[in-house]
Design a protein around this ligand. Structure first.
Ligand code: KG4
Length: 340
């Protein structure tokens, strides 16, 4: 069989990305992150759409150049259909359609969440690793989602638990904002946590039945603690930033791990994967590694470059759909909310 070349396009939030895969092997993965949102403490949807519009042509051009292929060599174009910000999704969708039409290529719509999970199946030359075996449980944790997914195959995925309010990444970002950190605060909290004491503060943990998550109570508990301490010591946050970060991170990791361990036990599955932006967190990675040793899990931690939003994951999900000739029409339209 001839090789397939899939161009993936991702524009669901604040990263404009394009990637080229030869079958499942990565040829390029270009990401333009939008710095403009840092000043606002969160993603401003209108500014994100505008930045995507500015970035999309050079990013796709760069992805093709780095891959060393001509656009005429492409087999198909895969794009993110959702979930995400509508204005952002529209830029990637419309661009993908226009390019597919002009090159007479099939078009493939990809669920962003499938992309995060299937990122484990991207092959990188010189960095061979074992891939998850089906069925496996994937803890998908990002700025917009916190889900436990039972992955039966590349196309059959079942959500067994999810957040009923904020996502884990939102908890990192919003609590980080209270500490005066720039958006996104997750990576900075991770760095501060490395030099702080994780048991110096206790924050509330949710008591939710089943495999669902909740992070809004933790956010409130964090806020009240800061408010109370700042009332007597105006320098409290500055003096204790590392300890606060370490304690916050430890609490978020505990909440995530409790349900992951419970799900593994209940479904009798020891093949465990992490996906999404928060899967870059060193505290979470360490907790998963330690639990794996105790429980005999086989774990799959994504390369850091595939944790946050990227188009390589969209391209690999597109590749599997390409094999099934699962194409969409030019009337495909994005969805801001779409489940797995
Ligand atoms: O997957 P992603 O790029 O975007 C969404 O689809 O939401 O995830 C972004 C999220 C942000 O909330 C960011 O703070 C968080 O991932 N994040 C981290 C780390 N790196 C990124 N959170 C904790 N620790 C990290 N090292």
């Amino acid at each position: 069989m001839n090789s397939t070349y899939i161009l993936g396009i991702e524009s669901s939030c604040d990263d404009t990305s394009a990637a080229v895969l030869k079958d499942r092997t990565l040829l390029s993965n270009v990401i333009a992150s939008q710095k403009i949102h840092e000043a606002y403490g969160g993603v401003v949807p209108e500014l994100a759409s505008r930045a995507h519009e500015q970035n999309i042509v050079p990013v796709v051009d760069q992805a093709l150049k780095q891959a060393g292929i001509n656009k005429k060599d492409l087999s198909a174009i895969a794009f993110t259909l959702g979930p995400g910000l509508m204005g952002s999704l529209l830029v990637g969708t419309s661009f993908a359609k226009g390019l597919a039409l002009s090159l007479r290529l099939p078009l493939i719509q990809v669920n962003h969440l499938h992309g995060h999970i299937l990122a484990h199946f991207i092959r990188v030359e010189g960095k061979e690793k074992t891939e998850p075996r089906f069925p496996f449980i994937c803890l998908l944790v990002s700025g917009g989602n916190s889900q436990l997914v039972l992955v039966h195959s590349v196309k059959e995925m079942e959500i067994i638990g999810q957040t009923i309010d904020d996502a884990a990444g939102e908890a990192f970002d919003k609590c980080g904002k209270m500490l005066g950190l720039d958006y996104p605060a997750g990576p900075q909290i991770d760095r501060l946590a490395a030099i702080g004491d994780p048991v110096s503060f206790r924050f509330s943990k949710p008591q939710i039945p089943g495999f669902d998550y909740s992070f809004s109570g933790l956010k409130t508990s964090f806020l009240y603690r800061l408010r109370d301490e700042m009332a007597t010591n105006g320098d409290f946050i500055r003096e204790r930033k590392a300890d606060l970060s370490a304690s916050l991170q430890a609490t978020i990791v505990d909440i995530l791990m409790d349900k992951l361990i419970k799900a593994s036990k209940e479904y009798k599955i020891k093949e465990i994967a992490l996906s999404g932006g928060v899967s870059a967190n060193s505290g979470l990675r360490k907790a998963v590694e330690e639990t794996a040793l105790k429980k005999g899990w086989t774990i799959h931690l994504p390369a850091l470059s595939f944790t946050t939003d990227n188009a390589a994951m969209i391209a690999v999900a597109g590749y599997y759909k390409y094999l099934e000739q699962d194409f969409c029409g030019l009337d495909a339209a994005p969805y801001s909310r779409v489940s797995i």
